[in-house]
Design a protein around this ligand. Structure first.
Ligand code: DC
Length: 240
């Protein structure tokens, strides 16, 4: 059966990565978390004094871009690709609030985005990929066979992020997490470079009232239908 590209975009903490991971496992596709890439660059910037109090030293960052290498390695235990910064496993560190509070400033920089998009296109060039982020359907893979745009109620999203942080031992107030989430949505939708927008042909998935299983069933059905049509279309015509 032929393989397709699935682009998943949407607001922060909508469950994009949870859905993407589940889909990738079901379909035996690669999962690429593009937010993790911007977060890894943010860690580099925090460690190297390139960002302080959300103010970016853009010149220094551009000078250092060649020294920042972001890659993924498949973890056979967690069954997912995990992000590395210059060869160091940073999957845990990228999820901290400190990184969340600074990542929008880094991801709004044109040169950073250009570098990440080249990597993303390279990783997805053979299809069979589920990629989630903000500009995947609109910019990285405008020809993706399936584009989803995910959204959910703000309070529901905040609670999900709070639970995720708590499970990792980070304790924050509901209000702090909600503020961070709303600020990132605002920054992501209003930035100049490839802002978060719904691609015209994206299917909206509002998962406020849907559990993980229901979302998975919904999207698998879409993918199945697409693959059937695609393979039917590619079948050689019978000779008479
Ligand atoms: O999906 P996430 O919360 O891990 O993403 C972290 C940040 O990176 C988010 O605030 C927006 C940015 N991002 C982006 O600008 N473009 C992408 N394709 C993915 C993430």
């Amino acid at each position: 059966m032929s393989k397709i590209t699935v682009a998943i975009d949407g607001y922060s903490s909508c469950g994009k990565s949870t859905l993407a991971k589940a889909l990738a496992q079901k379909l035996n596709y690669n999962y690429i978390d593009t937010g993790a890439m911007y977060r890894a660059v943010t860690i580099y910037c925090l460690r190297n004094d390139i960002i302080r109090d959300s103010v970016v030293d853009k010149r220094k960052l551009i000078e250092c871009l060649n020294e920042i290498e972001v890659s993924f390695v498949y973890n056979t235990i967690t069954k997912t690709s995990e992000v590395f910064l210059n060869g160091e496993h940073v999957e845990k560190e990228i999820r901290t609030m400190q990184v969340a509070n600074n990542v929008s400033a880094i991801s709004s920089i044109k040169e950073v985005r250009e570098k990440m998009v080249i990597l993303q296109r390279e990783m997805g060039k053979n299809k069979g990929v589920i990629m989630d982020g903000r500009d995947i359907g609109s910019h990285v893979f405008p020809n993706a066979e399936l584009k989803l745009f995910m959204t959910a109620d703000n309070d529901v999203r905040t609670q999900r992020r709070l639970d995720e942080l708590m499970s990792k031992g980070e304790h924050h107030s509901f209000e702090d997490v909600k503020r961070n989430l709303e600020k990132r949505d605002h920054d992501d939708t209003t930035r100049k470079e490839n802002p978060l927008i719904k691609a015209e042909d994206a299917i909206v998935l509002d998962n406020t009232d849907l559990n993980k299983e229901e979302q998975l069933v919904f999207v698998l059905k879409l993918i199945n239908d697409l693959l059937l049509t695609k393979d039917e279309f590619n079948k050689p015509l019978a000779k008479h």
